[in-house]
Design a protein around this ligand. Structure first.
Ligand SMILES: Cc1ncc(COP(=O)(O)O)c(C=O)c1O
Length: 444
């Protein structure tokens, strides 16, 4: 992929012109002819341009580096390696063993973990592997309720994790919209779960892993910290670290950690064998070696001082976005954020979340509609939107840019039925985005 870096400026300029044509002069996000998506690049090129020209605020997304992309797209995908380093069921592993060991050692050093498995295909199968390793069918699993920020795989009923095991859920407090640790303790004492899951997909506050650890210990439960969203913030030291308190820590590698799509399970030595057996052969076959290599690359990047500064800036940016939105009369769940995301309750703006998210998309500002705690509306058309700063921070945007972005959000939400106003914002967004190279992308 290195040749893509050598694109001449003139060719780039032409490309950008082409992009504008494709995205539609009115900013309506026409992604070009279907033929292009079905061409040799299977849609990656138009998607790349789209990612360059939009403000991407989905908090679980990011831009990976060119080096991570290269590893992900490498010939390592050709190789089968069932088993673990030096205990494989296939021959020809001299390089693969080295790569997997490197990824594991880097993860151990970065997170201070005793044991690491880098083979889970993604976060959902990784959580499944943890439950499979530590629970029997029908055992009780306790996690944060999905409408309150928890993930599907924390035992929600439409997920296998909510039917194979007995789920119970804690919720956030109605007033503070934060986790009430006394209520969590009471529920744990009453329900006696075998595993308590902490971590979330839509919760704008920090987790107190120490208290979760105490609660789990008191009732003899395992504690699983799912840090998928916040792994990069933990590495940067801007979120408390679960490793001293949790029996198992799971993270996806593609969110704030800025690696390829994948996951890692970290655990105490005593649980290592159970976890490894649950991943392979319990749930999976051959590991995705190209992903393992890309995880190793991402972990090296995450160990740099620049990455720590990145993590700090992610939080500063989310807080700047929160402050400006609140100034403009937006209600934020829990009144702000101390991590990388904000949850906006649009009830007072009289715009439903889905409609707002779709209008924002037409203006090149990408977020997702989301339930808010105690949402009277249904998950497919909830009251809120979720926005975060990891991707825009990777492009070098700072607090001043977040003020600009908040103003656009306000303009779109205030004019949600006015296509001309939305197109005006869309044109400004595209122009603005060009100033910020997107890592790994054509202009990056
Ligand atoms: C907290 C949390 N856990 C697990 C997952 C599942 O990860 P994946 O989408 O890679 O299966 C997610 C993804 O959004 C998540 O936010």
């Amino acid at each position: 992929m290195a040749h893509r870096r050598q694109v001449e400026p003139a060719a780039l300029a032409n490309d950008v012109g082409h992009v504008h044509h494709q995205l539609g002069a009115d900013g309506t996000g026409d992604l070009g002819e279907p033929g292009e998506v079905d061409g040799p690049g299977v849609g990656a090129r138009p998607e790349e341009r789209y990612q360059i020209e939009s403000v991407r605020l989905i908090p679980s997304e990011n831009y990976v580096s060119q080096a991570v992309l290269e590893a992900t797209g490498s010939i390592l995908t050709n190789k089968y390696s069932e088993g673990y380093a030096h205990k494989r069921y296939y021959e020809g592993q001299r390089y693969i063993d080295e790569i997997e060991t490197l990824a594991i050692e880097r993860a151990k050093a970065l997170f201070g973990a005793e044991h690491v498995n880098v083979q889970p295909y993604s976060g959902s199968p990784a959580n499944l592997a943890v439950y499979f390793a530590l629970l029997k069918p029908g055992d009780t699993l306790m996690g944060l309720a999905l409408p309150h920020g928890g993930h599907l795989t924390h035992g929600w009923n439409v997920s296998i994790t909510g039917s194979f095991w007995r789920p119970v859920h804690y919720v956030v407090d109605r007033e503070t919209q934060r986790i009430d640790y006394d209520a969590v303790r009471d529920l744990a004492r009453k329900e006696r779960p075998k595993i308590i899951v902490t971590g979330a997909t839509a919760y704008p506050r920090q987790f107190d892993f120490r208290i979760f650890g105490e609660i789990a210990k008191e009732i003899g439960a395992y504690l699983l910290a799912d840090i998928s969203h916040i792994a990069g913030l933990i590495v940067a030291g801007v979120h408390p670290d679960p490793v001293p308190y949790a029996d198992v820590v799971m993270t996806t590698t593609h969110k704030t950690l800025r690696g390829p799509r994948g996951a890692m399970i970290m655990c105490r030595k005593e649980l290592a064998e159970k976890i490894d057996k649950a991943v392979f052969p319990g749930l999976q076959g051959g590991p995705h070696n190209h992903t393992t290599a890309a995880i190793a690359v991402a972990l090296k990047e995450a160990a740099t001082p620049e990455f720590k500064e990145y993590g700090r800036q992610v939080v500063r940016n989310a807080q700047a976005l929160a402050a400006e939105l609140m100034k403009r009369g937006f209600n934020l769940v829990s009144g702000g954020t101390d991590n990388h995301l904000v949850l906006v309750d649009l009830t007072n703006k009289k715009v439903i979340g889905k409609k707002a998210a779709q209008a924002l998309d037409r203006a090149g500002i990408i977020c997702n509609y989301n339930t808010v705690p105690y949402d009277p509306r249904k998950p497919f058309s909830p009251s809120g939107v979720r926005m975060g700063s990891p991707a825009v921070t990777s492009r070098g945007m700072g607090e001043g840019d977040m003020t600009r972005v908040a103003a656009w959000i306000d303009e779109v939400v205030s004019n949600v039925d006015d296509e001309a106003a939305i197109a005006r914002v869309g044109a400004e967004v595209r122009e603005y985005c060009r100033r910020f190279p997107a890592p790994g992308c054509l202009l990056g």
